[in-house]
Design a protein around this ligand. Structure first.
Ligand SMILES: Nc1ccccc1C(=O)C[C@H](N)C(=O)O
Length: 441
């Protein structure tokens, strides 16, 4: 597979022929057919929230129902029992740069985050400070706040977006980005845990995972990374970067379906030092002896709580096999080029209409989505859906996220979506939009 050339070599970004030329040269173009495309006119730019459905998932789930559960009944457990680990190995290999035995596919990102944050804090006894940023995803902020209250810890919220939070301290960050320089003044021998996003959910910024992990380690603390918006979009190399602990979901760029099982990663080098807070029976070393005492396995299973969702795992495996085949290098390259196209169209079309760019221009500092700000963002995002057959998403207070999910999204889809967005805002027709009444944005 030959690598893609820089954007400028395909032509002027505002010409549709440029997007068509990008698609013609795209080594991943064929993968769009692997997904259900019910409406070919729809520009789906929200793969950063919920990925499209791979056609292979239908067969995988159906086969599970009829050939496994339906036929095998309880005997199926003989081969289902370790599926959280098998699925974890696939996900780790395909998307995390993780060798076997360090990843589990189970539960939700929230539960996995709770488990790993608690484990990290307890692995640093005597340390009483935990650090998060105010632009972090709500579930991470709320869960860490709960843990801090439970364990009597001092929670520092780095106020990098002006929204504040418990124990807030103001920091000057560009595009919300937490850098080692911003973080370092808060690190000392009282800090047990720092938790950050690999790709910021709102702004799309990407911190330097290795540099921050090394810095926190130098001060004796641990980092829990949330890679929900990064997995399947950028080429993660957790083993090589020395990441200790990480979590993420599988329903965004992982295309595994709404509520699909999430994952956790615990580096082999620290597995013996960290323990689960929710001591489920799957974590017990001799699980089927069902003994009176909890004795955790000395490997990744010590973080498994309970029965894996096999139906969810079958859908997830179908999707991650496609990702593995396509390869994260090609996928991350398309995310970089596709987001560059979005930025070029933003410069030409959106900036003159009063939009601002909230994502870094440096492709090493972003992932698969670009975020633009506008005072009428909520209305514009809703009108794009109902009036132009283009799906972005809105995030409070004033952001619209526009993503290229590299496997199912074409460059032309991105181009058409951005053009419809420009025309809509230029015409001011979006001002006529009525609130849909949905709780979801
Ligand atoms: N699980 C959901 C259920 C309903 C609506 C959105 C979600 C999301 O996951 C949102 C995503 N994490 C985001 O960055 O906005």
């Amino acid at each position: 597979m030959s690598p893609m050339k820089p954007l400028a070599q395909y032509g002027e970004p505002t010409n549709r022929s440029t997007a068509l030329a990008l698609d013609a040269a795209d080594p991943l173009a064929k993968y769009k057919q692997a997904f259900q495309i019910s409406d070919p006119d729809l520009c789906y730019l929200d793969g950063n929230s919920l990925g499209r459905m791979p056609l292979a998932s239908v067969k995988a789930v159906n086969d599970f129902l009829t050939q496994e559960w339906g036929k095998e009944l309880v005997d199926g457990w003989a081969h289902w029992i370790d599926e959280a680990q098998a699925a974890g190995n696939l996900l780790g290999r395909a998307t995390l740069g993780a060798a076997e035995g360090q990843t589990l596919v189970q539960d939700t990102t929230s539960v996995n985050f709770y488990q790993l944050c608690n484990a990290a804090i307890k692995a640093r006894p005597g340390r009483k400070t935990v650090i998060i940023d105010s632009s972090n995803f709500p579930t991470d902020r709320y869960i860490l706040d709960g843990i801090a209250k439970d364990l009597g810890l001092n929670l520092i919220t780095l106020n990098n977006d002006g929204m504040g939070g418990p124990g807030q301290v103001d920091v000057a960050a560009d595009c919300e980005l937490i850098t080692p320089e911003i973080l370092e003044p808060f690190l000392n021998d009282d800090v047990a845990l720092v938790t950050l996003q690999v790709i910021h959910y709102r702004s799309g910024s990407r911190p330097d995972v290795k540099a921050i992990t090394d810095l926190v380690r130098k001060h004796g603390g641990l980092v829990v990374w949330d890679a929900s918006h990064a997995g399947g979009a950028i080429d993660l190399q957790f083993d090589a970067w020395g990441v200790d602990l990480a979590v993420g979901c599988t329903y965004k760029y992982g295309n595994s379906g709404p509520g699909s099982p999430a994952w956790l990663y615990v580096n082999k080098s620290i597995q013996s030092q960290v323990l689960p807070t929710i001591q489920g029976w799957f974590a017990n070393d001799k699980q089927f002896e069902m003994g009176p005492f909890f004795e955790p396995a000395d490997h990744i299973r010590r973080f498994q709580i309970a029965s894996p969702s096999i139906i969810g795992i079958r859908a997830m495996q179908a999707s991650y096999q496609i990702i593995e085949q396509a390869g994260m290098q090609a996928i991350s390259e398309k995310a970089a080029l596709g987001t560059e196209l979005i930025i070029a169209l933003y410069d030409a079309w959106l900036a003159p209409l009063g939009f601002t760019l909230l994502t870094p221009r440096d492709q090493n500092k972003r992932g698969g989505h670009i975020t633009v700000g506008h005072p009428d963002a909520k209305k514009i995002a809703a009108a794009m859906r109902s009036m132009t057959n283009t799906i972005p998403d809105y995030r409070t207070p004033d952001s619209i996220r526009l993503a290229i999910a590299p496997l199912p999204t074409s460059y032309t889809e991105v181009y058409d979506g951005l053009k419809r967005m420009r025309d809509l805002v230029q015409s001011k027709k979006y001002l006529e939009i009525q609130d849909s009444g949905s709780r979801v944005t």
